[in-house]
Design a protein around this ligand. Sequence first.
Ligand SMILES: [Zn+2]
Length: 142
Amino acid sequence: MTETKPNQTTSPYTQESISTNEHPLGQSASEFPMEPPPKYDDARHSPAPVNRNVQQVPHVVTIVQPRFGDLSVQCTCPNCHQTIVTRVERSNGILVWLICGILILVGCWLGCCLVPFCIDELKDTTHYCPNCGIMLGKNKKL
Ligand SMILES: [Zn+2]
């Protein structure tokens, strides 16, 4: 038979709060004791200060666009990031009208001045992405 006694915790400490709120008004400030210099205990924990000057370099994705000529080119679309072959649309640019005007001035005004409008190599080309449809680049003759 073992008797289990309730564990009684008796605290021998008697809390006495001694509060001295006396403020001697007659004393001057020169009688305050000099404060000791603060102890730097951080040297034990980290001997070398860690310089957390992390410069985040933005990751710049540079897509080198090919030179857009008269024909379709294969490139990577900057919008949809797909490797596509550009869709080329031709339009009558300055060069077509300039040659047309020159032909009229030299006397070819009976239909020959319309020949530049049939020559695709004289026209401006605009390259579009066939996937998303954005304009990728232009190729102007003049
Ligand atoms: Zn695209």
